[in-house]
Design a protein around this ligand. Structure first.
Ligand code: G3H
Ligand code: 13P
Ligand code: NA
Ligand code: ZN
Length: 306
């Protein structure tokens, strides 16, 4: 059934994390749902503004409705990823999302508080929960370019949560979006995470930019004509550690993109005579399923919790 994320977070907090997977089309969504079914894991399907523009909201909502029928036993939350305005949040709440993110992380603190609070008031009146963000991730967020990461200040995080009434909070501790997360050794600020979690006990924290950029996909893409040389992600043992320290939602998009692209590139290279889309989108969907199963079982720890 469709559920809110707060129910999932309450059960998971401190023990495991719920994976939030970005979905843009039918094959990605089916791969993720098949994995959740086989792993008996709850799942968050998240839709960005870009996904909504690409696939159209009405198509995505019908696919999600189909998923609840195909996998009635799986708790599925439908979440807006990186909402950038009150209007967009309202639109998807009215369309049936169970959770929204309002990302005011690029705004001055007071403006972030005011915008987030406005979204919370509307969302809560419609029985929908809200993720806010405080601190800036490195690199390119959808609508903000920051050269220097601004990690989340623990005291400000407490003030932000109290004043806005958000249900979960995305924090910046060293991750970034995309396939190029670290120049040197991967490093996250676990002391900062610990301090934030100590000041916000039992409050679900969210890690964006949490793809691991698995080497087997990078190698396959480069081998079969791609060029993503220096790609580097968050090591999976760091993600496992974070799930024991208050990180309750882990956002994964890049890993799905890499799995899909690696699979399709290999088929195109090895079978140049093939032109039936099902012959490459089908295996790409299978690979997404395998990847998400691995995440649930070996990284998030959410398998067999339903
Ligand atoms: O954080 C961004 C997500 O990976 C979504 O990316 O805006 O290209 O859909 P997108
Ligand atoms: P990745 O780019 O690491 O997959 O992060 C995705 C994300 O944070 C979506 O909000
Ligand atoms: Na999000
Ligand atoms: Zn993100």
């Amino acid at each position: 059934p469709l559920v809110r994320t707060d129910e999932l977070f309450k059960k998971a907090y401190g023990k495991y994390a719920i994976g939030a997977f970005n979905v843009n089309n039918m094959e990605i969504l089916q791969g993720v749902i098949d994995a959740a079914k086989e792993e008996r894991s709850p799942v968050i399907l998240q839709i960005s503004k870009g996904a909504r523009n690409y696939a159209k909201l009405v198509y995505l909502m019908k696919l999600i409705e189909a998923a609840t029928q195909d996998a009635p036993e799986v708790p599925i939350a439908v979440h807006l990823d990186h909402g950038d305005s009150f209007e967009l949040c309202k639109e998807v709440i009215d369309a049936g999302f169970t959770s929204v993110m309002i990302d005011g992380s690029h705004l001055p603190f007071e403006e972030n508080v005011a915008l987030t609070k406005k979204v919370v008031e509307y969302a809560h009146s419609k029985n929908v929960v809200v993720e806010g963000e405080l601190g800036k991730l490195q690199g390119i967020e959808e609508h903000v370019v920051s050269n220097e990461a601004v990690y989340t200040d623990p005291d400000k995080a407490v003030e932000f949560v109290e004043r806005t009434g958000v249900d979960s909070l995305a924090i910046a501790i060293g991750t970034s979006h995309g396939a190029y997360k670290f120049k040197g050794e991967p490093k996250l600020d676990f002391e900062r995470l610990q301090e934030i979690a100590r000041k916000l006990p039992n409050f679900p924290l969210v890690l964006h930019g949490a793809s691991s950029v698995l080497p087997q996909y990078v190698e396959k893409i480069n081998k079969y004509g791609g060029n993503i040389g220096d790609a580097k992600g968050v090591p999976e043992d760091m993600l496992r550690k974070a799930t024991t320290m208050g990180i309750t939602k882990i956002n994964i998009d890049t890993d799905l993109r890499l799995a899909m692209t690696a699979t399709i590139r290999e088929i195109f290279a090895l079978h140049p005579e093939e032109f039936d889309p099902r012959k490459y989108l089908g295996p790409a969907r299978d690979e997404i399923k395998n990847l998400v199963k691995h995440k649930m079982r070996d990284v998030l720890g959410s398998s067999n919790t339903i």
